[in-house]
Design a protein around this ligand. Structure first.
Ligand code: ADP
Length: 474
């Protein structure tokens, strides 16, 4: 059931209940009023009959009836009928108990179907007391009551029809902005993701919803554009070595070659294939690091061991690289050397920075300084290489970005994007400082094992608070 139908039905139900309460009370109070009025008339009739009997002695049976189906019966204290007027025998069984209950102050009211009766007690001048029962049919009163009931029922039904129409119009009007919002959202797709919903000047919940949706669209647009440029960069990076390889194969095949020529050509191809493997591995690692952080297996890792290992792997790969490691201070407790992390990812990040430092310096030298403070480990990786142009510093962590001054040196521009993602996953920070032709320094701060646990629980708390607030409409 859609909201409009639900709102209309609710509105009708509400009006139906209120009107039912109102018409019911009108009917009930009118019926009470009629009953009291008729009772009063019956009492008056009883007293005039007594008065007549007192004054005249005996009431002629032809005495005029004042009311419809009127019956008057007078009893003495012993329950004997002294006088009776009316065609039928007494309508109400009069027991001695009932007679006793009727006093001069307290008349009794009885009802049987449409016939109502009142019994009153009276005393004559000789001290004799009587009980007079007067019963009659309040036909006029009942017919007025029936008429009122019919009017109330018709009024009630009419009010329901009006409430139904009004509720439908009201719900349609109230939901019109929602329908417009739905139409606008439906018109946005991948081809026009830059478009935004009209917020309007209102400050209501729907405007807040439109603003929230626009913010979501902005985030999606950034992700979408980044994804698109990532795919086009990746294809370009993969196509370049493939084109080179194809060219080499075609040139080699132009004429018969000697074995050393073939060997040289194969070496060139091998070099390109290795280059492609490096790129594909880098892309895979970036995809893995971008996957949900929960999937990663964090374990305690000693930072000193990690560094020695990175140094030995780098120098094994390129013996000309020189990596100096310098401990500024050593922590008092061994646990201050330990961070919670995914060892292979941390290795990748460190090796990227060490390789860059060596690769972009003519002396192929990098110095690493490691400092400890309670709860945090600081790594400083510096080189005396060609540096990064000041305008490029803000872009170097973007995937595939490479500065103009390093284009002659092999690389794909994904190492630093991957490194930053890895550091983020470990709740760390990475900063860079560089001077052109003087050198570059990367600073990394990582929380130690104990601190990381604290930060993680704080992060959970913030996330929970955020998710709690996310349905609030301001
Ligand atoms: P790659 O080194 O494969 O080009 P990275 O993502 O590791 O990719 O680095 C991105 C860019 O940042 C490099 O192309 C280079 O312009 C710059 N860069 C990174 N580290 C250094 C460094 N130590 N010295 C000079 N430039 C650097």
């Amino acid at each position: 059931m859609n909201i409009r139908t639900r709102l209309t039905l609710l509105f009708v139900l509400l009006v139906a209940l209120i009107m039912l309460l109102f018409t019911g009370s009108v009917y009930y109070f009118y019926d009470q009023f009629r009953q009291q009025e008729f009772q009063q008339r019956l009492e008056e009739r009883a007293f005039t009959t007594i008065q007549l009997r007192e004054d005249v002695g005996e009431i002629p049976r032809t005495d005029l009836s004042f009311m419809i189906d009127e019956q008057i019966t007078i009893y003495n204290d012993q329950g004997l009928v002294l006088y009776s007027k009316g065609t039928q025998r007494p309508r109400f069984p009069v027991s001695p108990g009932l007679l006793r209950r009727i006093t001069t102050r307290q008349p009794q009211y009885l009802r049987q179907g449409d016939i109502e009766a009142v019994g009153v007690r009276s005393q004559n001048s000789r001290g004799q007391s009587f009980v007079i029962f007067v019963s009659a049919n309040d036909r006029y009163g009942f017919s007025k009551l029936d008429r009122l009931r019919d009017l109330l029922v018709v009024g009630w039904l009419l009010s329901l029809i009006i409430a139904g129409i009004a509720g439908y119009l009201f719900a349609t009007d109230a939901l019109r902005p929602v329908a417009e919002l739905i139409a606008q959202v439906n018109s946005i797709s991948a081809t026009n993701i830059h478009e935004r919903l009209r917020v309007g000047r209102q400050r209501d919940e729907l405007a807040a919803l439109a603003r929230t949706f626009n913010a979501l669209l902005s985030r999606l647009e950034v992700a979408f554009v980044t994804q698109k440029s990532f795919v086009s960069h990746a294809s370009h990076e993969l196509r370049t070595p493939l084109t080179v390889m194809m060219g080499q194969i075609e040139v080699t095949r132009l004429q018969p070659r000697t074995t050393p020529d073939y060997e040289a050509a194969l070496d060139g191809l091998l070099d390109e294939v290795q280059n492609m493997i490096r790129l594909v591995n880098g892309l895979l690692e970036l995809a893995q690091a971008n996957a949900d952080a929960v999937m990663l297996r964090y374990q305690p890792v000693r930072i000193d061991e990690l560094l020695w290992q990175a140094q030995s792997q780098m120098t094994q790969k390129k013996p000309s690289y020189q990596i100096d490691i310098d401990f500024e201070n050593l922590p008092d407790q061994e646990e201050d050397l330990v961070i919670m992390g995914e060892e292979s990812l941390l290795q990748t990040a460190l090796q990227n920075l060490l390789e860059n430092g060596c690769k972009y310096s003519t002396d192929e030298q990098v110095s690493v300084r490691i400092a400890f403070e309670p709860g945090e480990i600081h790594l400083t990786i510096s080189d005396h290489g060609q540096g990064i142009p000041p305008g490029d510093i803000q872009h170097i962590f973007e995937p595939f970005f490479r500065s103009e001054n390093v284009l002659t040196i092999r690389g794909h521009g994904i190492g630093l994007a991957l490194t930053r993602r890895i550091i983020d996953l470990h709740q760390g920070r990475i900063e860079v400082e560089s001077a052109l032709n003087k050198g570059t320094t990367f600073r990394i701060s990582l929380p130690t094992q104990t601190n990381a646990a604290l930060r993680q629980s704080a992060l959970h708390l913030t996330n929970e608070t955020h998710s709690d607030n996310s349905l609030d409409i301001h």
